[in-house]
Design a protein around this ligand. Structure first.
Ligand SMILES: [Zn+2]
Length: 83
């Protein structure tokens, strides 16, 4: 059975524990549907990235709300017009 070769001093423990802290996730707001998403990723709710429609939006298609879909294209048009 293995035994610790040397004593772990308090400073050794604290130095190791200095990397244990959790990092807060950096979230951005989707320009189209205003939901939170990770930066540099396509929105998983509306499928847009940087104002463009990149992928299909499975979350929006499954949603029964019809009012959500018409709002999204308007935001995309304004984003393109600004460029
Ligand atoms: Zn979105």
């Amino acid at each position: 059975m293995g035994l610790p070769g040397h004593r772990r001093t308090s400073s050794h423990k604290r130095r190791r524990a200095s990397h244990f802290a959790l990092v807060k996730i950096d979230l951005r707001v989707c320009s189209k549907c205003k939901k939170l998403l990770l930066p540099h990723t396509a929105c998983k709710f509306c499928g847009s990235y940087n104002g463009r429609q990149v992928t299909k939006a499975p979350a929006v298609k499954k949603a029964p709300k019809a009012a959500v879909a018409p709002k999204a294209p308007k935001a995309a048009k304004t984003a393109k017009a600004k460029k």
